[in-house]
Ligand binder design. Sequence first.
Ligand SMILES: [Zn+2]
Length: 159
Amino acid sequence: MRDKSFILSRMFCVVGAHTDCYVCHKSTPVFAIGVAECTSTDPYQFGIDEDDSSAILIGIQDLNYPVIEVLHHKFSTSFKLDTCFTQGRQYWMNHCAHCDSKLGDHYLHSEPDVAFFPTNEEGQTRLSYAWFSFPLRAVALLSAGSTSSYMASTLTLGD
Ligand SMILES: [Zn+2]
């Protein structure tokens, strides 16, 4: 994981998964945003990091409106800006579709086999990958790993 960056990408991917809410214990859909061939700038080094690899955005602090519109109209309005008290800041996070509990990025992206961190290929094929050729602008952390590699392969296949 790298530091928070300003990210520009000519396309983005909405990655879908399901997880059990830890409050009401019902299954709820959750979403993540991925990019490929993005350009990111490191705000602390004032440089442009030309980055053609794929990555998942986490801790999204800012997101341009067309991306929000796609998320809210085609997927879920439960992905919204909210305050993470353990981190003491706001970011765009998933919420349970049933009870609106916050489902933070650390839980969804860092816990093995919970949602976006499948530990085998069978788990990765259970995620859904929907690509959109709208420009994305965001302030977020870039996380590269097996899920973003698999996500990029769905783009190559034209799925
Ligand atoms: Zn719930």
